[in-house]
Design a protein around this ligand. Structure first.
Ligand code: 13P
Ligand code: SF4
Length: 347
């Protein structure tokens, strides 16, 4: 077969592979992925999958990145806890972390001999950007003897100031294990309210000392969205991330991490789910449960969406300086203790 025809055949085969995963997935609120969209993605996914083997790289992708990354090129997909664990175990030379900066920074801290590259460059996060290490130090000085937890959505400097970090999949259990009646929890004030309520519900109440950050995606949901979902879709199950306001969470059927919501949906016999979370998780559920219906009012993380097939390829072949993750050694050593403490406490 002439080389050009073989290439055309390979492209078509790759487009069909992608379309097999993405045919039931929303591309926007009103459109689905088409075979033509997949044909446009195919040259990139083919090249990335070839070069990642040549370069001995693995690609980790958070569920909030786009589905062409999640299903086209990622070796592992998951929430921030799953990806942190995976990053610790990687033996390849290069980790391409399709996510936001604090996630890639965490991967570098726990597996420092690897080259960690982030396609999106310095992609922030409204939570991680809301507080500095010295502000946490000041809170600790104001509350001597009070243990401090930080959400993983924080900088290495913040992690370095805390006793342990947590993710949304283990925050309630780890907080319950901390000594004393008071607990510092930064930087998510809405998760702090949910945490205080959950600890009270479990019969192990604590006063939570919080800072003022919030997720600019999840803090937008209101009780009216839950009420409208229930009115429009009788029998709907509504799931939410604990970064949402407490008045919203208290109306939902399930509140938990990205992985927790996915597991709840996978094990449920119900058909229709209201998704008070980022579009990427909606896309994953559409791909993995084409027989179920997902209703999503809104919610896109512009930081996560800075990752694209084009900059994954760039990070793999010829990374820009801002795509290469490095962390100050002293800060990394202290932050590593807080991340490793999470791994111990989460067992
Ligand atoms: P998960 O830990 O559930 O992946 O959440 C991370 C995040 O950034 C949610 O907005
Ligand atoms: Fe940060 Fe919110 Fe984006 Fe998650 S969804 S990365 S918490 S801004």
């Amino acid at each position: 077969m002439p080389e050009t025809l073989e290439t055309q055949a390979q492209l078509m085969q790759e487009a069909n592979r992608l379309y097999g995963c993405l045919r039931s997935v929303s591309k926007t609120k009103i459109t689905k992925w088409t075979l033509e969209d997949c044909l446009q993605a195919a040259p990139y996914t083919l090249a990335i999958n070839r070069f990642k083997q040549e370069k001995n790289a693995v690609i980790l992708a958070h569920s909030y990145t786009t589905p062409d990354i999640v299903y086209g090129v990622a070796d592992f997909r998951g929430d921030s806890y799953e990806l942190a664990l995976k990053a610790q175990q990687v033996s390849a030379d290069i980790i391409i972390f399709a996510g936001v900066w604090f996630m890639a920074e965490t991967a570098k801290i726990i597996n420092p001999s690897k080259q960690v590259r982030i396609p999106a460059g310095k992609a922030g996060c409204s939570l991680a950007d809301s507080i500095t290490g010295s502000e946490v130090q000041k809170i600790r000085e104001d509350h001597p003897g009070v243990p401090a937890l930080c959400y993983i959505n924080s900088t290495a400097e913040v992690k370095a100031q805390c006793d342990a970090c947590v993710t949304s999949s283990n925050v309630f259990d780890i907080a319950q294990k901390m000594p004393g009646q008071e607990l510092i929890f930064v930087p998510d004030m809405l998760m702090a309210q949910n945490l205080e309520a959950e600890l009270k519900r479990r019969g192990t109440p604590k006063k939570i000392i919080a800072s003022g950050g919030s997720c600019c995606v999840h803090d937008k949901y209101r009780p009216e969205q839950v009420e409208k979902l229930r009115a429009d879709y009788p029998g709907i199950r509504v799931v939410a991330h604990p970064e949402c306001p407490i008045e919203v969470c208290s109306l939902c059927d399930y509140v938990g991490s990205t992985k927790g919501m996915a597991s709840y949906i996978a094990s449920s016999k119900d058909h229709t789910f209201g998704m008070l979370t980022e579009f990427g998780l909606v896309n994953r559920m559409e791909a993995e449960h084409p027989d179920k219906q997902f209703v999503w009012p809104f919610g896109i993380c512009s930081y996560m969406k800075k990752n694209s097939l084009i900059n994954v390829l760039e990070a793999l072949l010829d990374p820009r300086a801002d795509q290469i993750v490095s962390v100050d050694e002293m800060v990394a050593a202290a932050a590593k203790k807080s991340i490793e403490r999470m791994f111990e406490l989460a067992k």
